[in-house]
Design a protein around this ligand. Sequence first.
Ligand code: PSU
Ligand code: MN
Length: 323
Amino acid sequence: MGIQYWDNLHRKSWFDKLKFMNTELHLSPEIADTLKIGGAVVALESTLITHGLPYPANVETALAMEAAVRSQGAVPATIAVLKGRLSVGLTADDIERLGRMPSANVRKCSRRDLPIAVGLGEDGATTVAGTMIVANIAGIHLFATGGIGGVHRGHPFDISADLIELGRTPVAVVCSGAKSILDLPLTMEVLETQGVPVIGYGTDMLPAFYSRSSGLPVGVYLETPRDVAQVIQATWSLNLGHGLLITVPVPEGDELPDSVAEIAIQQATAEANAQGIHGKDVTPFVLGRVAELTEGQSRRANTSLLVNNARVAALIALELARS
Ligand code: PSU
Ligand code: MN
C-alpha cells in the first residue's frame, strides 16, 4: 500500500501529521521508515496482553506474534497507550512491563476510553477497536489478533465497540472469528448492518476461535493472500471508510474440543450474570474463567491461532505492499 493510500485515507498533510506525531503519537523509527516507503506493516493489539492472557504466557505470545510477522518479512507494530502517548511499535521491554502490570492498573481502551488515557497521561491497553483507531492514525491498515468482541449471549444490547469500529475505520482485521462466549449469529447480523465484509481465509464457515467452524457461513471464501489483498485494496480505493474482517481458523490439530469449550463458557457466562458483572469487565472476566476452567487445555489453541493469524496477516501485508 503506497503513500497515495496513506494520503487518501487521512486527508492530512505530512506537516500536520508530523506535528501530531511529536505530541500524542509515537512511531518507532523502523515503522515510520517502513511506512514511508509503502512497506509491509502489521498492527498488533495490547488488551490481549493485559486483559486476555495471564503472565508470562501473555508476554511470550505477544513476542511470538511479532516474530511470526518478521519471519515472513513484514514489520510488527504492537500498539498501546504508554503514559498518555499513542505508541505504535512497542519494545520488548514495553511489552514485558505491560504484561506484568495488574490489569486493574491499565485502562482497557476502546474508542470511548482513548481520550481519557491520553488526557490523563495513563497507560492503556488497546482493544481491537482502540488498536484500529491508532493504527489508522499512523497509516497502518492491517491488524492481526485472536478474537474480536461481539454481541454478548443473553445481553443483545451489550455490543462490543469492535463491531462499530469495523463499520467506521478503514483497517482490515485478521482474526479467528469470535469466542462462543458471544452470540455469534447476532454478531454476524451487526457486522452486516455495519457494512463489514466478512471473509473466510481458506474456509466458508465463520471460525469460532477455539473451533474451526461456528456452523455459520461467512460472506466470501478466499484462498490466497493475494485474493484477500485485492478485496482490501478495492475497499480502500472505493473510499467507503469501513474496515474488513478476515477470519482464519485455528490450525488443524490445535482445536479445543467443542464439548470442553462449551461447558466452560456456559459456566463462566452464568457466573458473570450471577455476579452482576457488566460493561467492559464482562469479556476479561469470562476469558479468565474459561482459561481457569479448561486448565490450560485452551492454551495450545490460543497460542497457535494467535501466531498463525500474525503470520497470515504478514503474507497479506506483503501482497498489499507489492500492489
Ligand atoms: N476476545 C478474545 N480475547 C481478547 C479479547 C476478545 O478472545 O483478548 C479482547 C480484545 O481486545 C477485544 C476486547 O477487542 O476483548 C473486546 O472487549 P469488549 O467485549 O469489552 O468490547
Ligand atoms: Mn463486551
